[in-house]
Design a protein around this ligand. Structure first.
Ligand code: AMP
Ligand code: MN
Ligand code: MN
Ligand code: MN
Length: 281
């Protein structure tokens, strides 16, 4: 079994189509794949069609990555295995997408006041349903305003940047409740990437679990062995299932690919996400 339960298509800030992701998963011998676009589940139907066309034994799992506000920090919660037709999930994602559109519209207005730019015209050419700052970064690089994505976030899109617009996402509780009511499993995404100290991370995990969150990622694309060990211990101590995902966005980023995240430690399989009673192989 080789699982990848976190990656992005061009319906959010990934570069590739769902069909491309499925082909890459098959090439890399992935057995279970979830495409977890930011606040959007448009990839699933296309991915299903691609799997049906092939003879590979690839199991597709419904997935999403929901942006949440938690005590002044932005936290990402993955939903897996939920019913993609669930009405409440549809409504929540619709609200989140609307917030994303309004946010980039404000950035468009800020940029217009700085020169002859039409960010929205560029964004409207994309297949994306969940617009993000990454798309704005691409535009800034394309227009020669910034040298690369990193610089775009540093000078324009990060907190205090020239185009920074605050985001107001749903709460952690709303995301988890919606995932659970839709029959899914809520997974705390990349817990080692938040700028939180040890105690704040512990209280995030406690609060996440108190709302019904059942799993956390303990392995992702660029994780270092020490962080992986620390997260594996945290998952065990909080009785959470351990999940794995590459967080793949783009084949041009050679440091990761679909299916490429370090495996769980031997002995950690008792709390691996595939041991969850809701896991269907
Ligand atoms: P948004 O969801 O609109 O706030 O955009 C956040 C997305 O931008 C994240 O999911 C990342 O893919 C990307 N991102 C955030 N910070 C950076 C950064 N410093 N450099 C490059 N990409 C970033
Ligand atoms: Mn992203
Ligand atoms: Mn994320
Ligand atoms: Mn992600």
């Amino acid at each position: 079994m080789k699982i990848d339960l976190h990656c992005h298509s061009h319906y959010s800030d990934g570069k590739h189509s769902p069909g491309f992701l499925v082909q890459l998963a098959i090439e890399n011998r992935v057995s279970h794949l979830a495409i977890t676009d930011h606040d959007c589940i448009a990839a699933l139907t296309e991915a299903e069609i691609e799997v049906e066309k092939s003879t590979a034994a690839l199991k597709l799992i419904s997935g999403v990555e929901i942006s949440c506000d938690w005590e002044g920090s932005e936290i990402h919660v993955l939903g897996l295995w939920f019913d993609p037709k669930d009405r409440h999930m549809g409504e929540l994602l619709c609200r989140q997408q609307h917030k994303r559109r309004r946010r980039v519209l404000k950035m468009h207005e800020l940029l217009q006041s700085q020169g002859d730019y039409d960010l929205m015209a560029y964004l409207n050419t994309l297949p994306c349903h969940a617009l993000s700052r990454s798309h704005v970064a691409d535009y800034l690089v394309d227009q020669g305003i910034c040298k690369n994505r990193q610089k775009a976030f540093k000078t324009h899109l990060g907190k205090g940047g020239r185009l920074y617009v605050e985001a107001h996402w749903c709460s952690l509780e709303q995301a988890i409740t919606t995932i659970n009511n839709g029959g899914g499993i809520a997974v705390l995404a990349h817990p080692g990437r938040y700028p939180l100290g040890k105690h704040r991370l512990q209280s995030l995990v406690d609060e996440f679990a108190s709302y019904g969150g059942e799993a956390m990622e303990v392995s992702y694309g660029n994780i270092d062995p020490k962080t992986k060990r620390r997260l594996a211990d945290l998952a065990v101590s909080k009785s959470l299932y351990a999940s794995i995902g590459s967080d793949f966005h783009d084949a041009a980023a050679h440091w990761t690919t679909i299916g490429k995240a370090p495996p769980l430690e031997i002995g950690a399989h008792k709390n691996a996400i595939w041991a969850h009673p809701g896991w269907q192989s």
